[in-house]
Design a binder for this molecule. Structure first.
Ligand code: DNO
Ligand code: MN
Length: 398
């Protein structure tokens, strides 16, 4: 499998030579400076590609786009979307023309990955990302004051939410808002409470079925172009895989994945298999999902989570936590061999260590939440070890 690494571009505190030192060869990046809905021109794509690939000694290449974002109006199905669909297709064509043929995207309304704590203490120092169900509920019920929010949380979680809110200071609440917004990538707008309320209102109580319909429409619009220009579309699952703030999420469960794959049947309509996002689902059996959907996987995020029964979870060591990483890696290596045997000789499935803990000198560095150097270096090293051992034992190509 191709070892890859997310790079936020020239503004990233982590530089390309650091990525090389971590042992990755693939770079996963996006043109974060281009506003959502605007075409990524060939010039801009080439500029980024040259940054990544011109130093031949580093041996890096731009393997995957993460993400080519889907405009909120497309998720809502709002107004005349002709131009937004045209622009998305044009960006796909331009990426393909530059040889970047795997596109990761998501269909989460308003927010992307969402956590309530960005620096939960680990034994011995270091920090991890956490989602506390009661803080999410406190935000929903007492800060957003969303009508009917109580119904979406269990009584136990609501009791803890009330306790948290009653003892929280203004700065605790401001911090919770910042933490919740942290998953929005790059330069994308962060909302304040009124802004968030307004965005949520634009979805106008949309049901899961309504969102499924706008996703199916998006796929019908873009998959024919993907087929034509040879782009692999790889949707990222919801993180966490549950509705948030009354907004539906529809890429969360095994049934959701089946629905999406069947909505537009095409080898170009596939998945980013994110073990951490799916692993936070109380009923998701991640190794079983990997086996069932393996033919549809175009890109992989490997990380782990430790779940609590109330819906809270913490990002665990890459080989710790609740997801059986050895099983998932084995499934992926077997699939890679199958595709190579089917004639795609040199093809290697790209994966990256998704988030990492902040460890050692990571603390205090201006990196993106979840994307520190040393924590991810450790994650990649552990997964590389599993991959190498499984491949050797089963006589599969790495
Ligand atoms: C989290 C990432 C996601 C992912 C997007 C893809 O760290 O896995 O933010 O990039 O959801 O569109
Ligand atoms: Mn992920």
């Amino acid at each position: 499998m191709e070892q890859s690494w997310r790079w936020f571009g020239p503004e990233d505190a982590i530089k390309l030579n650091h990525i090389r030192q971590a042992g990755a060869t693939g770079v996963v990046t996006a043109l974060h400076h281009i506003p959502y809905g605007v075409v990524w021109s060939v010039e801009e794509i080439q500029k980024r590609k040259a940054m990544i690939e011109s130093d031949k000694e580093l041996g890096l290449s731009w393997t995957v786009t993460e993400s080519l974002p889907v405009h909120e109006a497309i998720k809502i199905g709002e107004g005349d979307l002709t131009e937004l669909f045209d622009n998305y297709r044009q960006s796909m064509r331009n990426l393909a023309a530059c040889g970047v043929t795997t596109i990761c995207y998501n269909f989460m309304p308003v927010l992307d990955w969402t956590r309530t704590e960005l620096a939960a203490a680990l034994p011995g120092g270091g920090t991890s990302l956490r989602f506390n169900a009661h803080e999410h509920a406190a935000f929903d019920v007492y800060m957003l004051e969303r009508p009917g929010a109580e119904e979406d949380h269990s009584p136990e979680v609501l009791t803890k939410a009330k306790e948290w809110f009653d003892r929280s200071s203004e700065s605790d609440r401001a911090k919770l808002l910042t933490n919740i917004m942290a998953g929005l990538p790059g330069a994308y707008d962060r909302y304040d409470i009124p802004g968030l309320r307004k965005m949520i209102a634009r979805f106008n109580g949309m049901s899961a079925d309504g969102l499924r319909e706008t996703l199916a429409r998006f796929l019908r619009e873009v998959i024919p172009t993907a087929e034509e220009v040879g782009i692999r579309m790889a949707i990222h699952p919801d993180d966490p895989p549950r509705p948030l703030f009354g907004l539906p999420r529809i890429v969360s469960t095994e049934d959701d994945l089946a629905h999406l794959i069947n909505a537009v049947k095409s080898p170009n309509n596939g998945l980013t298999f994110c073990t951490g996002s799916l692993g936070a689902g109380q009923t998701n059996n991640v190794p079983a999902m990997a086996k069932r959907f393996v033919e549809d996987i175009h890109f992989v995020h490997l990380r782990n989570v430790a779940k609590d029964p109330d819906g809270s979870f913490e990002e665990a060591d890459h080989l710790g936590g609740d997801v059986d990483m050895v099983s998932v890696v084995t499934t992926l290596l077997e699939e890679q061999k199958r595709r190579q045997d089917a004639g795609n000789d040199n093809w290697r499935l790209p994966f990256r260590p998704d988030h990492g803990h902040e460890l050692l000198d990571d603390v205090g560095k201006p990196t993106h939440p979840g994307y520190p150097m040393i924590g991810r270096l450790r994650g990649l090293a552990e997964i590389r070890g599993v991959m190498t051992a499984v491949a050797a034992m089963k006589q599969l190509p790495v």
